[in-house]
Write a protein that binds this ligand. Structure first.
Ligand SMILES: [Zn+2]
Length: 150
């Protein structure tokens, strides 16, 4: 994709014209390198854009959407927020009070970079909310996750 218009230029140069050929080759590489740089910048911008976009999502609204779609809106209120969970090496945490009542869901900014990731992690945490802390990732939690299989 990157090279095709420039390769044609090179083929039209007479083989005895060495200095011109070298110039064209140099030019070809310069154009290719700058094209690659532009693509990298565009990919970076696209990545930054989607990364930004996922941060502007209303997290509680997303949680409530999953609650309505998959739990008949029976999940209790919990606060849902972004956090830095890098030291815990996880992309989401659900916290409970002393009576095993769910209190909050925290989501890791570094790990979650797309709407798809966000939904997957929120579904996982919604099942923790649903089955309680002691169930952990045991059979009750796994059974809860079954509802998300399409
Ligand atoms: Zn979990």
């Amino acid at each position: 994709m990157l090279g095709w218009p420039f390769e044609q230029n090179i083929r039209t140069i007479p083989p005895e014209n060495h200095s011109g050929y070298a110039f064209e080759v140099r030019r070809f590489f310069q154009i290719t390198v700058s094209s690659i740089a532009v693509v990298i910048i565009l990919l970076g911008a696209g990545y930054a854009y989607s990364h930004e976009a996922v941060y502007h999502v209303n997290l509680f609204q997303q949680y409530q959407q999953i609650n309505r779609e998959s739990f008949d809106a029976k999940l209790p209120y919990v606060s849902v927020s972004w956090a830095d969970l890098s030291t815990q090496n996880t992309d989401g945490v659900t916290s409970f009070d002393d009576n095993d009542r769910p209190v909050s869901i925290e989501l890791d900014r570094q790990h979650i970079t797309s709407a798809r990731d966000l939904r997957a992690v929120l579904r996982h945490q919604a099942c923790h909310v649903s089955v309680g802390e002691k169930a952990a990732h045991g059979s009750a939690w796994q059974h809860c996750m079954d509802r998300f299989r399409d």
